[in-house]
Design a protein around this ligand. Sequence first.
Ligand code: CTP
Ligand code: MN
Ligand code: MN
Length: 497
Amino acid sequence: MFRYHAASRVRKRSRPVEAGVPRLKEVKFEDVRVYLVERKMGRSRRSFLTQLATSKGFIVEDVLSDKVTHVVSEDSPAASLWKWLKECAPLDLPNMHVLDISWFTDSMREGRPVAVETRYLIQDIEPTSAEGSTPSPVSQYACQRRTTTENKNTIFTDAFEVLAENYEFNEIDGPCLAFRRAASVLKSLPCAVRCLGETQDLPCLGEHTKAVMEEVLQCGRSFEVEKLLSDERYQTLKLFTSVFGIGPKTADKWYRRGLRSFSDILADRSIHLNQMQQSGFLHYGDISRAVSKAEARSLRNIIDGAARAITPAAILALTGGFRRGKEFGHDVDFIVTTPELGSEESLLPKIIDGLKKQGILLYCDYQASTFNVAMLPSRRFEAMDHFAKCFLIMRLEGSRVEGGLNKAEGDGRGWRAVRVDLVSPPMDHYAFALLGWTGSRQFERDLRRFARGKRGMLLDNHALYDKTKNEFLAAETEEDIFAHLGLEYIEPWQRNA
Ligand code: CTP
Ligand code: MN
Ligand code: MN
């Protein structure tokens, strides 16, 4: 029950609640906007608490909008509360404290909003598959699992990937993420799943995913997946989005216009392809073929040379899939910077210039830095980062690659085109950029989800922000970031979630 000491003189127990009559009181805490969750709490108690808080100079919002900074709930199980909150989207949940009523009562007692400590936070826990079962030994967070490149469950994860992709094409986020999470859990397992019973203690596997698994176990394939693979819309969107520069929206627009093949697109005079898409078509054969480790190594030497020609102090690090130990990738990702703060700004344009002069730059989309420390922490959860970066297509000579190029059969050329990404963060944000660009995407998503839900912190490619202490946590290495998050360190080659 609600206890209230210091100001009990203003509250007469017997007085009925004056429901819905907002009292105009002086606002003392402009930055705090409280929302009281009515479910479980009940209307009359909510109304009473609202008046109490208002009388103490708090702003209490009637509606759950993204103005709200503090969501307060009483007696709601965390899982159902979060489910409800997520359904109330579009909301800026990461920037909102989700708090137990004890934060509210303490604040009332103190007559001011007390600091949000971890004990007040209601954490985002997913419901477990079996009610009341002991916690699974496998974490629901990819950042608490070790996932190498060796996937023993490809028969399931390939099927899930097709389904997830189709939901993505249709912009249905929930099931898309559910299938990606399920695939990620299976990828972390040391053995193949041989019967459905073995999945009993695994997190993130819902009814739908289990039904697909059962079919695959019984028939060797999923009919839902088979149907999609021969579905015209799925096939066409898959084909169109395989071109560099064509996203699901454009692909869908063209599909709805009746276009079905590349020649349909190229023959359509009403379509204007941008530079990126033109290059995507021009080098389609090359850049849709996997890049090998040896090719990545060779590109590393080339870019290292270009960076060192500008400053000997340049720092170059391989990130992305190759840093995670993958044998093949769709591109090669690098971080390039200098120890001298600020001079990284001009580094990337100079490297690009150097590559151009060597005649090995086939395409370049350079995006200057829009990074501004004052903008942190980022309000968008999965937004692109603001560092200077470029998306390139480079010409790679076979003579520079140990063991030769990964070429198509019958290709007589001595070179191939390769996609390369470069990102250039200032040195004091290097560790965050490295962690963010190493991936995998699912690993990153879960790091952020863990930080927010379990620690009350915001993580992105730029920084780590502790919402409970209202401060940034500095880091020089990835290990520092894991330590701030209270996570065991996961090596890059264990992040193939
Ligand atoms: N990334 C990012 N911001 C971007 C692009 C990429 O933070 N604008 C991150 C992604 O989250 C990902 C990593 O950079 O974790 C690498 O992205 P990508 O090259 O697309 O994927 P890889 O994991 O390297 O896979 P592949 O081998 O297929 O390239
Ligand atoms: Mn990559
Ligand atoms: Mn990339």
